[in-house]
Ligand binder design. Structure first.
Ligand SMILES: C[S@@+](CC[C@H](N)C(=O)[O-])C[C@H]1O[C@@H](n2cnc3c(N)ncnc32)[C@H](O)[C@@H]1O
Ligand SMILES: Nc1nc2[nH]cc(C(=O)O)c2c(=O)[nH]1
Ligand code: SF4
Ligand SMILES: [Mg+2]
Length: 253
């Protein structure tokens, strides 16, 4: 079985804030898949969106050193498992599957998640959630999930409203399968308050929401708190939080 990979490394989870389901500050092994079907305007992993252009992947040779070795794509399943297990520092909270969009390679993703459960690890899925039929396949193997709600300003796809509805459906599927799931909304200075109200109504009673400013941050603190308040008034004061990409400030992977 083969996978189109981007990188494997050991770090601590830099996103998610403090809502239930978040693994912020927890040590993880990150498994970044190449390839994505969306094109968020601000994507910080855009070099991995077109899988056909990711000719090689890299794995960290020693945990948390940022020293890498490179291998050609597609990767063999066993070499990915080997790259992950060599980064087991004994304090790993969960394996983070990210990208790109990990669910696009659902067959190898499913087998890999199964293998990691077998080895005693929990699975943390970082996904845009736009493909609920694929989410259904991996939901039973998912312990934690961070599902993006793509704001209109992300310009991720033509029909952004139906993308949001599919993302909410994915959250429902993951929750019903028993995963600890939260929604993540990346906001910019252009994010409309009426859109935030719409997302909040969809998520109410379903999953908590973190609001994460797009990096580099252009939204003012005052505006950020306005969006927070609007979401909170609809979803309940315990169900909304902020998230920042703290790893970027501390210069870790
Ligand atoms: C690169 S994506 C990969 C997983 C999946 N494709 C997704 O979008 O959720 C990982 C996380 O980084 C966030 N992200 C990417 N670029 C960002 C930026 N410039 N500012 C803030 N968050 C960003 C995404 O919203 C997502 O939550
Ligand atoms: N430290 C760290 N935390 C992260 N949380 C989400 C990430 C991602 O790119 O999916 C990420 C990442 O790349 N590094
Ligand atoms: S869905 Fe994720 S990987 Fe794909 S373009 Fe958007 S942020 Fe980047
Ligand atoms: Mg990232």
């Amino acid at each position: 079985m083969k996978l189109i990979m981007a990188e494997v490394f050991n770090s601590w989870q830099g996103e998610g804030g403090s809502v239930p389901g978040s693994a912020f500050g927890r040590r993880q092994i990150f498994v970044r898949f190449a390839g994505c079907d969306l094109h968020c305007a601000w994507c910080d992993s855009r070099e991995f969106i077109d899988a056909s252009r990711v000719s090689r992947w890299r794995y960290e040779v020693e945990p948390f050193t940022g020293r890498f070795e490179y291998r050609p794509n597609p990767a063999e399943f066993d070499e990915v498992v080997e790259a992950i297990t060599r980064l087991d520092t004994g304090d790993i909270h969960s394996i983070s599957y990210t990208g790109g969009e990990p669910t696009i390679q659902v067959k190898p993703l499913k087998v890999l998640m199964g293998k990691m459960k077998e080895l005693g690890f929990d699975n943390f899925l970082e996904t845009h959630g736009g493909l609920p039929e694929l989410i259904r396949e991996v939901a039973p193997l998912t312990d934690y999930a961070s599902v993006d709600i793509k704001d209109e300003t992300a310009k991720a796809t033509e029909d952004w409203r139906s993308l949001v509805l599919r993302e909410v459906e994915s959250i429902r599927i993951l929750k019903e399968a028993g995963a600890k799931v939260y929604a993540k909304l990346v906001v910019t200075s252009e994010t409309k308050v009426e859109n935030v109200r719409w997302y909040a109504g969809l998520l109410k009673g379903l999953a908590p929401l973190v609001i994460q400013p797009r990096e580099p941050i252009d939204i003012s603190q005052v505006r950020l708190m306005e969006l927070y308040r609007e979401a909170s008034l609809i979803m309940g004061r315990k169900n909304v939080g902020l998230s920042f990409q703290v790893h970027k400030y501390l210069n870790v992977l």
